[in-house]
Ligand binder design. Structure first.
Ligand code: UDP
Ligand code: MG
Length: 312
C-alpha cells in the first residue's frame, strides 16, 4: 500500500470479543474512503486473546498494524504510541468497544478536508450510565473554566487530528496526559461535530471510579495551574477576613467584655478551614507527584514488538 493518507488509531485492552465485530464494520468504511490507509492497534497489555486476534488481522487485512506494549500503560499512552508510529495526513482515534460508530469516520475526514485541524465530537444520546454522564458534565465545565479551552465533550475519543497537530503531540514528553486536551492546545482551527454513541458491545468498561478520578486529576493538573492559584487566592482572602475578625473581637472586648459563647460555632469554622487546608495540601501533592514523575524521566511506555510495519 502507498503512503497512508488516513491513520486509524485504536487502543486495545482486553477487548477480544469486540475486535472482530469492530473490524467487520471499520474495514469497509476505510476502503470506501478510497485513499491509502493504515489501522494501528496498540495492545495495551491485554491478558485475554486480543493480541492473537490482532496478529491474525495483520495477516488478513492489508494496512493493519499492531504495536504491542509489555504491560498496561493506559489508554492515552496507547494512543500516543500509535501516534508516533503513524504517518497519515489525517489521524483518527476511536475506541475498540464499538461505542464509537466507525460509520462516522467519513464525516470526520470531510471536516479535516474543509480545513479544520482538530475535529472533536459530541456524543448524541450518550449511552452511558446517568452517573457517568453527570460526572462528565462536571468535568467538561470545570475543565473549560480552569483551562480556558472551549470544548463540549472531552470524553468522546472518536476524534480526528491533522498531521501537524499529531507531530506537535509527538514532541511532548509528558508522562501523564489527556489527548483531547493536549490536541486542543495545538489546534489553530478546531471544530466539534455531533456523532452517534452506542453502548459498549461486549465486556466491561476499563475505568473504575478510582481510575476515572485519576484521569480527571491528570486533566486538571496537566493543563492548568488554576487550582493552585485559586487555593492561594482563597488563603489570602481568609487571612484578610481573619485579621478583620480579630480586630472586631478586640474592639468588642473593650466595649462588651470577653466572649464565651459560640465555642462550637468556632469549632465548626475551624474544621471547615482544616478541611480546606488538607484539600490544598492534596492539590499541591498532585502537582508535586507529577513533577516527580516527570523528573525521573522514565520511559512512558515500553513497546515489546510491532507487527505489520515491516513492509514500509
Ligand atoms: N483502554 C486501553 N487501556 C486501558 C484502558 C482502556 O487501551 O488501560 C482502551 C479500551 O480497550 C477501549 C478504550 O481504551 O478501546 C476505552 O476504554 P473503555 O471503553 O473501557 O472506557 P469508557 O468507554 O468506559 O470510558
Ligand atoms: Mg467504552
Amino acid at each position: 500500500m502507498d503512503q497512508p493518507y488516513l491513520s486509524l488509531v485504536i487502543p486495545v485492552y482486553n477487548e477480544e470479543a469486540n475486535l472482530e465485530p469492530l473490524m467487520e464494520r471499520l474495514y469497509p468504511v476505510a476502503l470506501e474512503i478510497g485513499r491509502p490507509f493504515e489501522i494501528i492497534f496498540t495492545n495495551d497489555g491485554s491478558r485475554d486473546g486480543s493480541l492473537e486476534i490482532l496478529r491474525g488481522m495483520v495477516d488478513d487485512f492489508p494496512g493493519v498494524k499492531v504495536v504491542e506494549f509489555t504491560g498496561n500503560f493506559g489508554q492515552h499512552m496507547a494512543i500516543l504510541a500509535a501516534f508516533e508510529a503513524s504517518c497519515g495526513e489525517i489521524v483518527i482515534t476511536l475506541d475498540a468497544d464499538l461505542q464509537n460508530p466507525p460509520e462516522e469516520i467519513p464525516r470526520l475526514v470531510a471536516e479535516i478536508e474543509k480545513g479544520f485541524d482538530v475535529v472533536g465530537t459530541i456524543r448524541r444520546q450518550r449511552q452511558d450510565s446517568t452517573f457517568r454522564r453527570l460526572a462528565s458534565r462536571i468535568v467538561n465545565t470545570t475543565t473549560n473554566t480552569i483551562t480556558g479551552m472551549q470544548m463540549q465533550d472531552y470524553g468522546c475519543m472518536l476524534r480526528a487530528y491533522h498531521r501537524h497537530v499529531v507531530d506537535n503531540i509527538n514532541r511532548c514528553r509528558e508522562s501523564t496526559t489527556f489527548i483531547p486536551a493536549l490536541a486542543q492546545t495545538f489546534a489553530a482551527n478546531p471544530t466539534e461535530i455531533q456523532v452517534g454513541h452506542a453502548e459498549r458491545a461486549e465486556g466491561e468498561s476499563k475505568y473504575s471510579l478510582y481510575r476515572l478520578i485519576r484521569l480527571n486529576f491528570d486533566l486538571m493538573t496537566g493543563f492548568s495551574v488554576v487550582p493552585l492559584q485559586l487555593f492561594a487566592l482563597f488563603g489570602i482572602i481568609t487571612a484578610v477576613l481573619s485579621v478583620a475578625f480579630a480586630l472586631f473581637l478586640l474592639v468588642r472586648r473593650f466595649i462588651v467584655g470577653a466572649e464565651v459563647e459560640g465555642v462550637f460555632t468556632l469549632f465548626a469554622i475551624l474544621f471547615f478551614f482544616i478541611g480546606i487546608i488538607i484539600m490544598g495540601i492534596g492539590i499541591v501533592g498532585e502537582y508535586v507527584g507529577r513533577i516527580y514523575q516527570e523528573v525521573r524521566k522514565r520511559p512512558r511506555f515500553v513497546v515489546r514488538r510491532t507487527y505489520g510495519f515491516e513492509e514500509q
